[in-house]
Design a protein around this ligand. Structure first.
Ligand code: MF3
Ligand code: CO
Ligand code: CO
Length: 246
């Protein structure tokens, strides 16, 4: 959506604050021995404590409040009885609906003693987001964000996922335009003042191809290497973008 009024802007901020609170609670909870279902339960509890709705639950049949993607699972990991172990990297992606507005954000958390290369990967996903964010300004185009994310990732020796993208957001979780993590400068939809978007690099170390479970949601890296995900809901303005889920 394009937020035109202060109350719309405040609506997006409030929904995003709920997402941020749920992410913070999840981060504290991600410890060796906890199951991903237990993390999901905390996420749902926090979201509902604000009177918000976990909008992933029931979205195209998705069963849970959060997507929890461990190690080689890139995105859309379904919470399960799998326990988190020392050395895992755990991505948590949360969408919440409050008063008709959606917020959406993801982080990858390191559990205990994580391999140096995985820590680098986690930082790269975050840095790729900020590389893209530099171009999130009215007058630019979506491809400016996309190409910056791609360039950052590839210059640092990583791949970027192509089959899944960032997106517009507002009353619905996914709205136009798509915000890919690869692309060309000066192409794609024009960015407008008030436009709400999610920029969400999904970074596998090399091969960007994905393996999607045939009868499920779970998306793995094709070569089974660990992947990181970093996402924020952002309002584009004529000046600095406003990050709502930080
Ligand atoms: N939060 C995801 C996104 O970033 C979408 C969640 S898919 C769902 O776009 F099925 F879990 F809802
Ligand atoms: Co998300
Ligand atoms: Co998203």
């Amino acid at each position: 959506m394009i937020v035109k009024t202060d109350s719309e802007r405040e609506g997006m901020r409030a929904a995003s604050r709920v997402v941020k609170a749920a992410l913070d609670a999840a981060e504290k909870f991600v410890k060796p021995g906890v199951t991903t279902l237990e993390i999901d339960a905390i996420v749902e509890e926090v979201i509902r404590s604000y009177g918000a709705i976990p909008s992933s639950k029931g979205f195209e049949g998705y069963p849970n409040a959060s997507c929890i993607s461990v190690n080689e699972v890139v995105v859309h990991g379904i919470p399960s009885l799998r326990t988190v172990k020392d050395g895992d990297i755990v991505s948590v992606d949360i969408t919440a609906l409050l008063n008709g507005y959606q917020g959406d954000a993801a982080r990858t958390f390191a559990v205990g003693n994580v391999a140096a290369e995985d820590l680098k990967l986690i930082n790269a996903a975050e840095a790729a987001f900020f590389a893209g964010l530099e171009y999130a300004k009215a007058g630019n185009r979506v491809g400016d964000i996309s190409s910056a994310v791609q360039l950052y990732s590839e210059l640092n020796g990583y791949g970027v996922v192509r089959a899944l993208t960032g997106h517009g957001i507002g009353h619905k979780m996914h709205e136009p335009p798509e915000v890919p993590n690869y692309g060309k400068k000066h192409t794609g939809a024009p960015l407008k003042n008030g436009m709400c978007i999610c920029i969400e690099p999904m970074i596998p170390p090399g091969d960007w191809r994905l393996y999607v479970e045939r009868h499920g949601w779970t998306v793995r890296s094709a070569d089974r290497s660990n992947a990181a995900h970093y996402e924020n809901t952002v309002i584009v303005t004529d000046g600095e973008p406003e990050i709502l889920t930080l």
